[in-house]
Design a binder for this molecule. Sequence first.
Ligand code: SF4
Length: 219
Amino acid sequence: MNIAKTSGAELTPEDFLILMTCDGKTEQDPDSERLKHLEMHGLIRPAKDGETLTDWQKVRFCDNRYMPGVNWSITGKCNYNCRHCFMAKDNAANLTEFSWEEMIAALDEFDKCGIQTIELTGGEPTLHPRFMDLVREIARRGMDIDVILTNGALLTREMLREIKSLGFTGDFTGPDPSKCVFYNKGYYRKAKKAFDEAGKECGKEFMCLSPIPALDGSM
Ligand code: SF4
């Protein structure tokens, strides 16, 4: 038997023991009622010939409660003053950011929780003085960055090339102009240019932080 992806079924301790042996290699008792129950809820299915578990399906033991991903605001500071945003530049003095030591401590905790994907956000995450060090450290630990939420103004060609070379797999989506209200219209033009260049350089698009209300109040 192999482990399928999802189910809303409640699991008993016995179910967990069965699931731990569902690896595509171990023969199961076809008359087991619990096995039938798990299959009925789509948690397991017969493995095809030669099929074993993917990395995502393998059982992981975590020191802390398991969470697959995090959205991490590494700094509250921003270089823009969008009118709707509490993290705007004028508020920077009141907002804090993670120190490098705190970042490493947080990554250690993420490791213990089995976290595999990280969404980096702020404020403006690229404004953090250790932003690229953090990106490298995440890559070194074998975690993936699936989104960088940025206004794009501080992205450089070198950063983009390095981000690409580190092999992150996530898609980055660009801002929707109809849903962006930058305080200064020049911000949008700058951001759009940065996103366009980022797309060409990285084969990915980048996205402005936070859902931004349009002038009519819709999101
Ligand atoms: S919306 Fe984004 S770019 Fe604008 S101030 Fe907030 S964090 Fe900065």
